[in-house]
Design a protein around this ligand. Structure first.
Ligand code: SF4
Ligand SMILES: [Zn+2]
Length: 467
């Protein structure tokens, strides 16, 4: 199931078959369609369409092309329309200096007014920006600074805990700009351009940015994906875009659907978060969510926040028994690996983990443990001998290159735990088939040094994306 977060079904291009278009989308697995408004009239039409079709939701606003038509009165009417229960955002708004159908200063003024309107209404914004990234970012940053005075515009880059503010639809920027936008609390949405041979920035962004930050859109009736390129676009083509993004991300298309749907829920309050999961599938591996408890409290961890990984809700209210997990695994040979992971430290539940791992091995499956490497301290004994024969690979979070940094990032006693983690890793290399040491791609961590440390220990090295 997918959500088309940007489709102009109200456009004239659909006059002949608007209802059929929506039904084709539903049959193709598109659960919801968000129809943005481009001016007052179109915003009204978007709401009318949403009233008629349970699957359609609306945004209201003045597109930058139409900015010269907006005045105080019409913007007040937009604000009134935004109170409709099927209105989920203000959009599309922004700047388009490619065509300049409205004078740039008028575009800027109307953009600012509509950002303020969205703040008053506590609604996310849907941004259109073309050949205007720099002024668009400036205006948004100024708005953020106005909004929470103290924090100014310098929201820490890559801070995923910023409340979502909106989406940059049909994102035209490069990967670095995408991360900047994400750090400001925005999602990135990519249309059918990702399927084009010369997809440029869109393809690079679709490959590099983790799916937690992406939304799906068709931008119908424009930008039809391959093989419909050049023809009228429609929401039923959305799966083609999802498949291409999945291919670029080396993920399953269902992972992309789940992750982006969760983002839609997070941003537009549309759909649902899904029940907490004790197992979840990513690519061809099955992950086991044994616990959400941890002895550490890493600054980059979302354990106490959303606790969602690629759309999988890991906030379990009760820890599962080994039997419950085994029942969910089914035949472990279906998976490349069964991985003990999640927003918690699996060795806190060592006995259950061993029981499950033993069963997986007996069935001919493969196992991996993702750990902070503190299992010996947690269990007050050397646990490595107990893992021999049960765990095929262990992935240890190295996280930092010295005890101070380690303690700071994980908010624990760096001296004690850094040494314990390294000791655990050395012992694991001697006794287990495969050991990987990982760091999160944070600027302050010297990745080359981390790589050398891992190699000296005899482990493989892997750099995880921040998010
Ligand atoms: S060790 Fe892992 S689960 Fe624990 S706080 Fe750090 S990142 Fe989160
Ligand atoms: Zn649009």
């Amino acid at each position: 199931m997918y959500i088309d977060t940007h489709a102009h079904i109200t456009a004239d291009a659909f006059n002949a078959d608007r209802n059929e278009t929506i039904h084709r989308a539903l049959n193709a697995g598109v659960e919801y369609i968000i129809n943005p408004g481009t001016d007052l009239e179109d915003s009204r039409r978007a709401i009318e369409l949403a009233e008629k079709h349970p699957a359609v939701y609306a945004c209201v606003g003045y597109h930058p092309h139409e900015a010269s038509k907006a005045d105080d009165k019409s913007l007040m009417e937009i604000e009134e329309l935004s109170r409709h229960p099927k209105v989920v955002g203000i959009g599309e708004i922004g700047l388009d200096f490619h065509y300049n159908f409205s004078p740039p200063d008028r575009q800027e003024a109307v953009f600012r007014d509509q950002i303020d309107l969205a703040r008053r209404r506590n609604l996310p914004i849907v941004i259109h920006t073309r050949e205007a990234m720099e002024p668009t970012l400036r205006i948004v940053q100024e708005a953020i600074a106005r909004e929470d005075g103290k924090r100014t515009a310098s929201v820490p880059e890559g801070n995923r805990h910023v409340a979502p503010r909106g989406v940059f639809h049909c994102f035209p920027g490069d990967v670095a700009t995408a991360w900047k936008v994400i750090g400001m609390g925005f999602f990135i949405s990519l249309p059918g351009i990702v399927t084009f041979k010369k997809g440029g920035n869109a393809v690079a962004v679709a490959a590099e940015i983790s799916p937690e930050h992406l939304l799906l859109e068709t931008d119908s009736p424009y930008l039809a994906p391959v093989p419909h390129r050049g023809k009228r676009n429609e929401p039923s083509f959305l799966p083609l875009i999802a498949e291409r993004i999945a291919e670029l991300q080396h993920l399953g298309v269902e992972d992309i659907g789940r992750a982006t749907n969760y983002s839609v829920f997070h941003l537009f309050r549309l759909g649902s978060v899904g029940a907490p999961r004790i197992t979840y599938k990513l690519k061809n591996s099955l992950y086991i969510n044994l616990t959400i408890r941890c002895n550490a409290d890493c600054v980059f961890c979302d354990r106490k926040g959303q606790a969602v990984i690629k759309g999988n809700n890991l906030r379990i209210e009760r820890e599962p028994t080994a039997e419950e997990v085994i029942a969910e695994i089914g035949d472990p040979k279906r998976f490349d690996e069964v991985v003990f992971c999640g927003y918690g430290e699996p060795t806190i539940r060592l006995e259950e983990m061993k029981q499950i791992a033993r069963w997986v091995k007996e069935q001919g499956g493969k196992t991996r443990l993702n750990t902070d490497g503190h299992g010996n301290i947690i269990n007050k004994r050397n646990i490595i001998p107990e893992l021999v024969g049960l765990i095929d690979a262990v992935s240890i979070s190295l996280n930092a290159t010295d005890p101070d940094q380690y303690g700071r990032l994980m908010r624990i006693n760096g001296t004690v735990f850094f040494a314990a983690m390294l000791e655990f890793a050395r012992d694991a290399v001697k006794n287990l088939p495969r050991v990987i040491m990982t760091v999160v791609d944070l600027e302050e961590v010297d990745k080359e040094k981390a790589r050398r440390m891992a190699e000296e220990i005899g482990a493989e090295y892997y750099q995880r994306p921040f998010f």
